[in-house]
Design a binder for this molecule. Structure first.
Ligand SMILES: [Fe+2]
Length: 416
């Protein structure tokens, strides 16, 4: 229902109303408003048919002029215990610049920025905003991980955005032209955001020659010369690290090629052809347990874990630490069979990509999505990689900021 005054009341403001954040929004004049009979909702309409319906208490929380938002930090100041429920909307109209004005019952006039409100109408306040949607891939779709230049990524905002967008789309990228300098990866990753520490340390080394000579630390199969089938690291944690970067410093070893496959493509295949396997893999839980001396990390979850809030599931698939079935006894035989078929698909020509890392390359991949592996080392040779983990919060934050700075953000993403 339109308020009788909404079409005719205007107010004059020389500056656009401040926003509850630090971004600049292009003006997006609101065409008209409608208030609910109880004055608790106001709906905003734009000429391009965009619509946004706002609850009165939410508007009060985001009212920077009237003490809802701290101008210095742009964080909310209203303790929900102190909300004034009877302070509903008496009138809502647009000023001559198209911004929203709200006249409260027993309260002053408040102003809300039209560009900020239009951004909400477009869904760009959601967690997936400014981050491209995932593109599932099979070997036929992606002959090699998308390549980007490490030096350009470090020095050019557009190159940074392009790299991060490919990492979001495909879950894997290859940076080249990085210096073959020990600990370069640490500085590079820290320029993105805080790195994720683990019992392997903030920066960890993989030495093939030491592994074959039995000199490497033996708290992980990764530190041996054994083949590693398709897997995702650290399912022993409540939330495994989301991204892994592997920097190749030297590679003169025979063998040890890297393998990659996209779990999203496997899930598509399972949905179409093996739905019973998919049901089993997403519901039957396993206890993952690392048994290094002095260590006892454990977590229980399904192989394909949709329990999180992210767009994609978390893959828990690292057989060296898959210790016990955590499911009714009757499920155990079919759970093993489903897992065997899942791992066979992950290592099949249909899904698996292979590459040999060269010195100066950094393989970056989504450890929740991409299953990675390694051939056995067939002979002794110097192969030295350094790795780090970094969480999705840091990568996603940097992706959003890079897209905004580079001003070529992808279309708003739809939450799934
Ligand atoms: Fe691994």
């Amino acid at each position: 229902m339109s308020h009788p005054l909404s079409a005719i009341m205007t107010t004059i403001s020389s500056n656009p109303p401040p926003t509850p954040d630090f971004y600049l929004y292009p003006p997006a004049p609101i065409q008209r408003t409608e208030i609910s009979p109880e004055g608790d909702w106001v709906t905003l309409f734009w000429e391009d048919d965009s619509v946004l319906t706002c609850y009165y208490l939410w508007l009060q929380e985001n009212d920077i002029d009237q003490g809802g938002i701290d101008p210095a930090t742009r964080e909310g100041l209203l303790d929900p215990a102190e909300l004034v429920l009877e302070r509903t909307i008496h009138n809502a109209f647009v000023d001559e610049s198209g911004h929203l004005c709200v006249e409260w019952h027993k309260g002053p006039l408040s102003h809300f920025n039209s560009g900020w409100l239009k951004t909400l109408a477009a869904g760009q306040h959601r967690a997936g905003a400014f981050i491209p949607l995932s593109i599932p891939w099979r070997r036929a779709d992606l002959e090699a991980p998308p390549k980007h230049c490490a030096k350009r990524v470090q020095s050019d905002a557009h190159a940074m955005a392009a790299w991060l967008n490919d990492l979001a789309r495909y879950g894997v990228t290859l940076l080249d032209n990085a210096p073959t300098q020990s600990e370069f990866l640490l500085n590079f990753a820290e320029s993105i955001g805080p790195i994720r520490d683990s019992n392997f340390g903030r920066l960890w080394d993989v030495h093939a020659d030491q592994a074959l000579a039995g000199k490497a630390e033996t708290n992980s199969t990764a530190n041996t010369g054994l083949r590693l089938g398709p897997h995702a690291d650290l399912p022993t944690r409540q939330l495994p690290p989301a991204f892994q970067f592997l920097h190749c410093l030297r590679n003169e070893a025979v063998g040890g090629a890297s393998t990659l496959c996209d779990s999203l493509a496997i899930i598509e295949h399972l949905k179409a052809y093996q739905p019973d396997d998919l049901k089993q893999l997403t519901s039957s839980r396993w206890i993952f347990f690392n048994r290094g001396p002095g260590l006892d990390h454990r977590w229980s979850g399904p192989i394909i874990d949709f329990s999180g809030a992210g767009r994609n599931p978390v893959i828990r698939a690292f057989y060296p630490v898959k210790a016990f079935p955590d499911m009714p006894q009757r499920e155990v035989p079919s759970a093993y069979q489903a897992l065997k078929r899942f791992q066979q698909l992950a290592a099949s020509d249909q899904f698996e990509l292979r590459l040999t890392l060269q010195p100066g390359q950094i393989l970056c991949f989504d450890n929740h999505r991409i299953l990675h592996g390694r051939d056995a080392f067939a002979a002794q040779g110097v192969r030295h990689l350094q790795g780090i983990y970094i969480d999705r919060d840091e990568i996603d934050c940097r992706t959003r900021v890079a897209n905004r700075l580079a001003d070529h953000s992808p279309a708003p993403s739809k939450e799934r």
